[in-house]
Design a protein around this ligand. Structure first.
Ligand code: SAH
Length: 458
């Protein structure tokens, strides 16, 4: 979502005559090269884990130093940390000039202008509504791939999670707006779209909020007709099905899903539509029921396992990936052991594994953060080891096989190489001409080298 919001912010600014010099910070995890000749330094932030916030605070300190030598530098922040901390950040960081909330990105150029003229701290942080902007001014990084947010916010109650605080309640984009934007992207040459939402699969869109103006794209919206008529709403499986009808759109992915909304109806739509990615990211968080209960995940481990079993039965070529939190409040050694066993049993193709960090204002912030940091680290490392082994085994099974990949880009580390994504979004590196970019190509997988799958064109 932040990648998308950044592309929107950059596009809007470029349209107003700004030049984007955004790669200065990409030279290492903590590196901030503020010696570039930038007039404005903008950070798009995330609050999901404490670590991400600490990095932003660190950079803020460096920017304070940079401003001493360049007092005209304008420092701005966008994203969820703005929603979380609001004006408190101005007091803590006098070097911060402007803040823009997730629902106010369009106001960014005006805010920068205001700081330039008045040299005072300004903020625009709207509280409700949808934090999605569709704009053809977006500066997309991918030529053939595009992000497409369809809903924001979350109505679930997971006790560890700050999203309901920062992004608010669930709001879905109208189905016809999604359809229209997807069609527009395809007309620009996009072939692969990733649908985004904090809980993408609880999408609940209104198909026809207003009657369509006469002649205005009525035909291009034909797939909407007769859908969602029952209750007047379109759910996520219906939306996916509808988007699959867009000619020229070849692949559709989505992230991230909550297990409660991973339904048989959704699996059925995926199974029958070869355009839909064969990678399903479904966060488990823990293998222990007592922990799942304290997290208010709304399911037991057995129920989650059954969802995966059904998904794999209905979509045999599906790859499942997941998220795990290590060391949540009250997690015992036995609970941790159950999560280890869950990884062995469910055999995700890959998983993001994080140490639990308390997020201010969440229900779990009232629970004791009682797993000592060294124990969290050790459990985190153990889970990572188990998963690395399983991911390697799953990758090794691909060796010798011929797969179809969507050729996405050149390999940043070696310009002679390209990389593509299989139907389940595994990354394969191979040698080839850039003329292949944006095409589907058959590749024979040769070897697994330091967690990278290498193949060759056939
Ligand atoms: N909506 C998805 C989760 C998206 S947040 C779901 O409900 O399953 C992405 C991931 O960040 C989560 O799956 C979780 O594993 C991790 N995460 C969220 N809050 C966290 C916290 N307080 N500490 C550590 N990891 C956290």
């Amino acid at each position: 979502m932040n990648l998308y919001d950044t592309e929107v912010a950059e596009g809007l600014l470029e349209h107003r005559g700004f030049e984007i010099v955004n790669d200065a910070m990409d030279s290492g995890p903590y590196a901030v090269d503020v010696k570039v000749n930038a007039d404005v330094f903008l950070m798009n932030t995330c609050s999901v884990r404490e670590h991400a916030e600490e990095r932003v605070f660190g950079r803020m300190g460096m920017l304070g130093v940079a401003k001493r030598t360049n007092p005209d530098l304008i420092v701005g922040m966008m994203g969820c940390m703005v929603e979380e901390h609001r004006e408190k950040l101005f007091r803590r960081f006098p070097q911060l000039d402007l803040m823009v909330g997730t629902r106010n990105i369009k106001e960014l150029p005006g805010l920068i202008e205001e700081v330039r003229q008045n040299r005072r701290q300004v903020a625009k942080i709207k509280q409700d509504g949808i934090s999605i902007e569709y704009t053809d001014q977006i500066l997309r990084k991918g030529k053939y791939h595009a992000w497409l947010p369809i809903m924001t916010g979350c109505n679930k109650v997971c006790t560890f999670c700050i999203v309901p605080i920062t992004r608010g309640s669930e709001v879905s984009m109208q189905a016809r707006e999604v359809y229209r934007e997807a069609s527009r992207l395809v007309s620009e040459g996009v072939k692969w779209i990733t649908l985004l939402g904090q809980n993408v699969n609880s999408y609940d869109g209104n198909p026809h909020p207003n009657p369509l103006p006469e002649g205005e794209g009525a035909n291009s919206l034909a797939p909407l007709a007769g859908r969602g008529q029952g209750e007047g709403r379109i759910n996520f499986p219906e939306l996916l099905d509808m988007l699959c009808e867009i000619e020229g759109l070849e692949r559709i992915s989505f992230t991230t899903s909550h297990p409660s909304d991973a339904t048989e109806e959704l699996y059925r739509v995926i199974a029958k539509n070869p355009k839909i990615s064969r990678r399903f990211h479904l966060p488990l968080q823990s293998g222990a029921d007592s922990v799942l209960k304290r997290m208010k995940r709304l399911h037991t481990y057995a129920e989650f396992r059954e969802k995966i079993r059904l998904m794999r039965a209905m979509i045999p070529d599906i790859s499942v990936t997941s998220d795990i939190i290590a060391g949540f409040s009250g997690e015992t050694a036995e609970d941790h052991h159950k999560t280890c066993e869950a990884l062995q049993e469910l055999r995700f193709d890959s998983a993001f594994i994080y140490k639990y960090s308390v997020r201010p204002g969440t229900p779990a912030s009232k629970l004791p953060d009682d797993v000592p940091i060294n124990v969290k680290e050790q459990r985190n490392a153990e889970l990572l080891d188990i998963q690395r082994q399983i991911t390697t085994e799953s990758d090794q099974r691909l060796i010798g096989r011929t797969v179809e990949v969507f050729v996405e880009d050149t390999n940043a580390r070696n310009p002679l190489q390209l990389y593509g994504r299989t139907q389940d979004e595994k990354r394969i590196v191979f040698e080839g001409e850039t003329a292949l970019l944006g095409r589907f190509q058959k590749i024979q997988i040769g070897q697994l080298k330091r967690e990278t799958l290498l193949g060759s064109l056939i």
